[in-house]
Design a binder for this molecule. Structure first.
Ligand SMILES: Cc1cc2nc3c(=O)[nH]c(=O)nc-3n(C[C@H](O)[C@H](O)[C@H](O)COP(=O)(O)OP(=O)(O)OC[C@H]3O[C@@H](n4cnc5c(N)ncnc54)[C@H](O)[C@@H]3O)c2cc1C
Length: 368
């Protein structure tokens, strides 16, 4: 922890990606993690790499990051348990089909490859879907990974460039420094806070709220579905800022297992699996794929997303301490946007010209 340029707090996918990007630029990096690397929200999430387009800033960040993901997995996709499965946004009715057409127009306008699906084309690709759906939209560049594995690989790459890791809890952030739970103080020119939902425990001023999610995974049923299937109604659920909601979100893991999501809950920090919420989520999923009821669920768990009021992450300098940078608040999209986050963060530290504008993600947008 001595003689480093940067101390990164947290070794989830965001901290690991930042350590990787900063060490690649020649900076000396130390990472402090209180638990195991990739064991927080990074291990709890679905690992869906998905272009989201609810606003131009979200589209720019997710599309940029997806291009970085494709470069990262390269010709060794199995290292990341990557699958280029694509996403099918399922339209339940004509209103949602109109939303699919609007989404297609936005994505085409951004140079992304997608295909509007008639009902016949939808059922040809995904025969398990219930009858009577209006169609869908296939986004071909989307995929999935096993996020804790990638976090570990990014961290290992940083360590091969000389980065160090320390198992400890940061108890306070000072100007250009941190205090650890053994009372020791460590200084560096730059401190990067990448502690996910726990970022607000260190800086209560941060506008970050935990959003609880449940997931369930089945035994192995290879070929049950082939794409990540998400209902277009998911967008309403994902962007609600209060109340509990569920949405149909089904993922074919490379193991043949089916990962089932998703739920969103505010006003709780209790990690316990809640049977009523789980039941609601599974029932809703089986209204889209009725045969799901016949599959054995082998495991259920919960995780917390670090949500900001506008749904965009905090990437950039924090006025709360000198030398402090934020890379947090990634809500339900932090696996997807991790690699672009790291590039934007490292670019700001090194004052280089970014591929996409920094402005929409700067923490200063929440200054009073
Ligand atoms: C149910 C669910 C489903 C999701 N699905 C997807 C998806 O399909 N696609 C997608 O893109 N995103 C998804 N996400 C979101 C994604 O998982 C997160 O945005 C992402 O993992 C955040 O990474 P992180 O590194 O910021 O946080 P974390 O992974 O939580 O890492 C933070 C790290 O900081 C450490 N830490 C905290 N406090 C301290 C301290 N004081 N000192 C030292 N270390 C500390 C923690 O131990 C932890 O390891 C999902 C999230 C959930 C909960």
């Amino acid at each position: 922890m001595n003689n480093v340029d940067v101390i990164v707090i947290g070794a989830g996918i965001i901290g690991a990606a930042c350590a990787d990007a900063l060490s690649e630029r020649g900076l000396r990096v130390a990472v402090v993690e209180r638990d195991i690397a990739g064991g927080g929200a990074t291990a709890a999430g679905m690992g869906h790499l998905v272009v989201m387009d609810d606003n131009p800033a979200e589209l720019a960040l997710s599309a940029y990051s997806l291009s970085l993901w494709r470069d990262l997995v390269g010709d060794r996709p199995q290292r990341h348990e990557y699958s280029p499965c694509g996403t099918i946004w399922v339209a339940a009715d004509e209103e949602e089909m109109q939303a699919a057409l609007g989404k297609a127009q936005t994505l085409h306008g951004y140079g992304l490859v997608c295909e509007v699906l008639t009902p016949a084309a939808l059922y040809a690709r995904e025969p398990q879907l219930r009858a009577g759906l209006a169609g869908g939209l296939l986004v071909k560049g989307d995929g999935l990974v096993y996020p804790p594995k990638t976090a570990r690989l990014l961290l290992d790459r940083a360590m091969r460039r000389g980065a160090t890791t320390k198992r400890a809890t940061v108890t306070a952030i000072e100007d250009h420094g941190v205090v650890l739970d053994d009372g020791s103080r460590h200084v560096a020119q730059h401190i990067v806070l990448a502690a996910g939902t726990r970022s607000a425990a260190l800086l209560p001023e941060l506008p970050i709220e935990p959003k609880k999610g449940h997931l369930a995974i089945t035994d192995r049923y290879p070929g049950f579905v082939r794409h990540q299937l998400v209902e277009l109604g998911y967008i309403k659920s994902a962007h609600a800022s209060s109340g509990d909601s569920v949405a149909f979100n089904l993922q074919p893991r490379p193991t043949g297992q089916i990962l089932i999501g998703s739920s969103r809950q505010f006003d709780t920090t209790d990690p316990a699996v809640e049977p009523p919420m789980l039941q609601r989520m599974l029932r809703h999923a089986s209204t889209f794929t009725p045969q799901l009821r016949e599959l054995n669920v082998v495991r259920c768990w919960t995780g917390f997303r670090a949500a900001t009021p506008d749904g965009l992450p905090l990437i950039g300098p924090s006025g709360l301490r000198r030398g402090l940078w934020l890379a947090t608040g990634h809500e339900g999209l932090g696996i997807t946007t991790s690699l672009a986050t790291a590039q934007l963060l490292a670019g700001q530290i090194q004052k280089s010209i970014p591929r996409i504008p920094y402005a929409p993600y700067l923490p200063e947008r929440f200054h009073a």
